[in-house]
Design a protein around this ligand. Structure first.
Ligand code: NAG
Ligand code: NAG
Length: 436
């Protein structure tokens, strides 16, 4: 399954702290050798301040109590730098922690800066120190501390680039703390800035959009209403364009969101179009399943791909998340995907056949005959299909007034043959005239 793992394409678009949850997932799924993942974690940790964590991993990886000198030295560095940053940021932090002082702040940024400077001798330097301190806390893995300080920093910061990187940091912190509501707010805030800001080049703006979409995966596949959110974001022209330019692997998530979201059925056609346009730059069993079904009408191929889709979902850190449900572990995205995908196969099948043998269909859907019959009855009831089950012959009969694809094909073929006939007649006439 490692060949369908997108981690190596996704990780470069994430903050390194956000890569840890992905590695944790892969470690649980045992897709890779455990030591390989542990080494990956130590590499990631090298540029963070989470030295104790790196030490623990080193100990378990090499089965030892000793840690490399380099790590011990780094730990001393980190602690002393934390102290010094704490000191520089102290005047502002003391102010911010005092509720009665904070009340003096107004919604006017310029007023606040002036007031802090005049009354408390807190200037640009101390505000900058707050940013550095927050960033350092983040690198130490103290996401709650970082989130608070970055929020306060943004309220005082006047540099738009700095303010934006503080917002990225805040978003990462909220994701890592799994505060999905707040994370979604920050995501939208960041999106507004990315869409309206003047970037030095369009390429940088494109890159920001691509980062944003990658980060959004955490939120959308964990947030109740996320299935709608991801479709809305990824289908906006500028974002879809970014996907097609530089991140076609994101199509896996867009496709999955559309398959599992009954209310977005109308997007399926546009999705298929994009999947076809990108078929040389990206494909996986999920996009291939849709292609088999809606482009090639290849039911056996779709059936085969569906089996692979299940494995892809189970091994994807965003899609394969397990949820405890009354003592049982389920994977909601997998269940919803299979249910809807079977519905797709069924509906498409019904559109090109007038009489369907339920035994044969139950095989295509990998279900027992009884289960298939019950399931089909439900589908017929809930979809707009005009059909009934004939229990005697074990078939599903489509109503004759139902204009299916087959009939459309026949109709077109008729028009075509009329045209050909006329054409032949004309040719004959011309020919006979010439002879005469
Ligand atoms: C908050 O600031 C006020 C004014 O400087 C001071 O009197 C008070 O003791 C401070 N409160 C705390 C909890 O430090
Ligand atoms: C995280 O940062 C906050 C704010 O600086 C601090 O109060 C808290 O003690 C820190 N937590 C840890 C575990 O270091």
């Amino acid at each position: 399954m490692a060949c369908y793992d997108l981690t190596s394409r996704i990780a470069p678009n994430l903050d390194r702290h956000l890569v840890f949850p992905l590695l944790e997932f892969l470690q649980e799924r045992t897709i890779y050798d455990d030591n390989q993942i542990l080494k990956g974690k130590i590499d990631l940790l090298r540029d963070t301040n989470m030295v104790d964590y790196a030490m623990d991993i080193h100990k378990s990886l090499y089965q030892t109590q000793d840690v490399p000198e380099e790590m011990t030295r780094r730990r001393v560095d980190v602690v002393s730098r934390l102290r010094s940053l704490e000191e520089s940021a102290a005047p502002l932090i003391v102010f911010l922690q005092n509720a009665s002082l904070v009340q003096e702040l107004k919604s006017d940024k310029q007023y606040n800066l002036q007031m802090l400077n005049d009354r408390y001798q807190i200037g640009v330097e101390q505000i900058e120190a707050l940013y550095q301190y927050a960033k350092f806390q983040f690198e130490c893995g103290n996401y709650s501390g970082a989130s608070d300080y970055l929020y306060q920093y943004r309220a005082l910061c006047t540099n738009s680039d700095r303010s934006m990187s503080a917002l990225w940091g805040k978003l990462a912190a909220e994701i890592l703390m799994q505060n999905w509501d707040v994370a979604l707010e920050e995501l939208n805030r960041l999106k507004d800035i990315i869409d309206s800001k003047n970037f030095p080049t369009p390429l940088i703006q494109l890159q920001n959009r691509i980062w944003l979409m990658h980060w959004s995966l955490f939120i959308f596949f964990n947030y109740e209403n996320g299935k709608n959110g991801i479709i809305e974001l990824f289908f906006q022209d500028r974002y879809l364009n970014a996907i097609q330019t530089n991140a076609p692997h994101l199509l896996r998530y867009l496709a999955t969101a559309i398959v599992i979201n009954k209310r977005k059925r109308n997007m399926l056609k546009d999705l298929i179009k994009v999947i076809q346009q990108e078929q040389y730059s990206y494909k996986d069993p999920i996009t291939e399943f849709l292609e088999c079904l809606y482009v090639n009408y290849d039911f056996d191929g779709a059936q085969q791909k569906l089996l692979e889709c299940e494995l892809v979902i189970l091994n994807d850190p965003f899609l394969g998340k397990q949820v405890e449900d009354g003592g049982y572990a389920t994977v909601p995205v997998r269940d919803e995907f299979l249910e809807n995908a079977r519905g797709f196969i069924f509906e498409t099948y019904c559109r090109i056949h007038r009489r369907i043998d339920i035994g044969m269909l139950s095989e295509k859907l990998s279900m027992s005959h009884e289960a298939a019959e019950r399931w089909i009855l439900n589908l017929v009831r809930s979809s707009k299909l005009d059909a009934k089950i004939d229990s005697n012959s074990g078939t599903l009969e489509m109503e004759p007034n139902y204009l299916n694809v087959y009939e459309l094909l026949i109709e077109n073929a008729n028009i075509l043959s009329v045209r050909t006939e006329t054409l032949a007649k004309n040719v004959l006439e011309i020919a006979s005239q010439t002879v005469r």
